[in-house]
Write a protein that binds this ligand. Sequence first.
Ligand code: PPE
Length: 308
Amino acid sequence: MSTADLIWMNGEFVAWEDAKVHVLTHGLHYGTGVFEGIRAYETAEGPAIFRHRDHLDRLEASAKLYYMDLPFSKDDLREATHELVGRNGFKSCYIRPLVYRGYGPMGLNPLDNPVEAMIACWEWGAYLGEEGKLNGVRARTSSWRRISPDSLIPHSKASGQYLNSVLAKIEAVKSGYEEAILLDDHGHVCEGTGENVFVVKDGVICTPPQTASILDGINRKSVMQIARDLGFEVVERDVARAELALADEVFLTGTAAELTPMRSIDDIEIGPPGEVTRQIQSVFEDALCGRAEQYREWLDVVRVPSRA
Ligand code: PPE
């Protein structure tokens, strides 16, 4: 992977290669951590972090659901992130904050383990490939169901929960697809391994609702607003598996994947990226890079001067 000079750990900036933890760190054994995936984009005003406050709010919400208090205030985390991006000299980058249960007593009760925090950033290109972003990815329906609220917390972006996504991703890649679509515990379409999903049919855009075990994606929210502003009808409702195959267009949204079209499901052709996808993708990319005045409030410009 591409690296950076510095990582922020518990209030201090340390060299990338020195950002280490003890092997008995609780989160390493039991997945007791919560994280975010954020991106900063190059804009005319300098690097700008997309919907930074929304990501920090979700980090806090994820932590709360696992009985953790953030060890630093959201303002402190925001400032640390600005300084990190600036001091690493990035114009654009992916940003990964993680709040986790640290080294302390072993065993399943984490309540006496310290809650620690780190933030890293690095340059990360098109998550599902440049080709995928341009022409669409091929996906399969996973044999793994998305975690259900019966046993875990789909609303929390928690580290241990990602074993579910990892299994689905391995299965997809080993069987020759770029991505997996997971169904929820009712057999309805839920989401990709790291993306929310949108289905376009007869000009109407549908996406699974909060109750379908999705992660409440920040790009999902942004794309819904952009689509409505463009005059499209956007409906949050359960989506049947067959609706993917029969859609006019399907696309995925996520911080890492941005807006990536999906061109087939289980070898059934949906088609190359269509008009609706293209139109939304274009405004979305303008919003990310500060070219859309209407969405300017989504950007948190990094004020720390870049070392570069
Ligand atoms: N669902 C899941 C399960 C998910 O992990 C993500 C983000 C989303 C939906 C979309 O959420 P948002 O980024 O707020 O629009 N996945 C993150 C992790 C990817 C990774 O490989 O790590 C991301 O995109 O940063």
